[in-house]
Write a protein that binds this ligand. Structure first.
Ligand code: TXA
Ligand code: MG
Length: 344
């Protein structure tokens, strides 16, 4: 696949409305547009247009049974495309939208099966990014958008990541620099009872539990037995090197990683500010301070991509048990590691 990709720089706080109009028009005409959200960049197309949606799957090399999230600009848009919406969906939307929460609901017939990977349900999210919201409302259609990376690669948290993966494969790429949150949305399935979280993300389980006390987690297990969220069964977030998670106290983690990297000049370490000086290997990337979990969360994907430039063959990463974002951070890292973990 090789096509002409237009790349535009755009200011996330004060977006150029001519560029927004051009993107909305492209969406209406069945084209693909990669745009920033507060979580990660998305690769968007008109969710109601089967042909447009197919372009997303082929640009990413995404298996076609992996459903897409429909991005809306208003809770009222959800009523146009979902049925049997439970009251809790309205409560969650009022509290957490716009923001990093995707809600799985029963879809109606306006949403083609191509968008939902053959499911009768669809995930809906209203992002808070000004650019995303403006494109959605101006296009007048829900925008189906998975993360704008090649399938299997770390999600893109910077315009440069999208250009690296999708240049020549999509119609338009907007580059607005770094995404604020840097990890994808929390996916909650409200069609099951009790409702379950399928993917931990930008909004923590504890926060959601305050509103939905019977909410359960459906993502802890590392076995791939009948995954509820179809996307969970595929390789994910993989940099070129293999990733190994090392879990233990800070002291035992440092000791173990030093031992493991001792004779391998191509080993790298993903660590925190608190420990970075204690590693003897040359190649280390510090994701941030353990006192600032949001910073670590926002740098995980970018760090994994950075290692590609450093020609490492193995990345040892610390276990970031850093409060409410721990689930989301470690879910991504454990997937990147294909659940390979060394406990010390
Ligand atoms: O933050 C985000 O959610 C980003 C931005 C662009 O909004 N999008 C994103 O999309 O991460 P994607 O396609 O990379 O991940 C969507 C996840 C997948 O794990 C998929 O299986 C799940 O949501 N999903 C989507 N629709 C679903 C459905 N109807 N039932 C169960 N899981 C669903
Ligand atoms: Mg993705």
């Amino acid at each position: 696949m090789q096509m002409k990709t237009e790349v535009y720089k755009i200011n996330p706080e004060n977006p150029d409305m001519d560029i927004i109009a051009l993107c909305a028009d492209a969406i209406k005409r069945g084209k693909t547009v990669a745009f920033p959200t507060e979580t990660v960049y998305g690769l968007g197309a008109n969710a109601l247009d089967e042909n447009a949606v197919r372009k997303i799957f082929s640009a990413k090399g995404r298996p076609n049974d992996n459903p897409l999230i429909l991005h809306v600009a208003d809770i009222l848009d959800v009523e146009k495309y979902a049925i049997d919406i439970p009251p809790i969906a309205y409560t969650l939307a009022r509290i957490f939208w716009p923001g990093p929460l995707s809600m799985v609901l029963k879809k109606n017939n306006l949403v083609p099966m191509a968008s939902t990977g053959g499911l009768h349900t669809a995930a809906f999210r209203m992002p808070s990014s000004k650019i995303a919201l403006a494109i959605i409302s101006k296009s007048g259609v829900p925008i189906a958008a998975p993360s704008a990376n090649l399938s299997g690669k770390p999600s893109p948290t910077d315009g440069a990541h999208v250009i690296e993966d999708l240049s020549g494969r999509v119609d338009i790429i907007l580059d607005a620099g770094r995404c604020r949150i840097g990890l994808e949305s929390t996916v909650a399935d409200l069609t099951s009872s009790p409702p379950v979280i399928l993917r931990p993300g930008g909004i923590s389980f504890d926060e959601l539990r305050m509103v939905v006390p019977h909410l359960m987690k459906s993502y802890d297990s590392s076995d791939s037995d009948a995954p509820r969220s179809p996307g969970m069964k595929y390789t994910h977030y993989s940099p070129d090197a293999s990733v190994i998670v090392v879990k233990g106290s800070m002291a035992s983690t440092v000791e173990k990683i030093n031992e493991l990297t001792e004779n391998n000049p191509r080993a790298g370490v993903l660590c925190s500010l608190e420990t970075v000086d204690q590693y003897r290997t040359e190649i280390k990337i510090c994701a941030g301070s353990r006192k600032n979990p949001d910073e670590i969360a926002s740098r995980i994907f970018g760090s994994l991509r950075m290692f590609n430039k450093l020609d490492v063959d193995t990345i040892y990463t610390e276990y970031f048990d850093v409060g409410p974002m721990e689930d989301a951070i470690m879910n991504r890292l454990l997937k990147a590691a294909s659940y390979e973990i060394i406990e010390t």
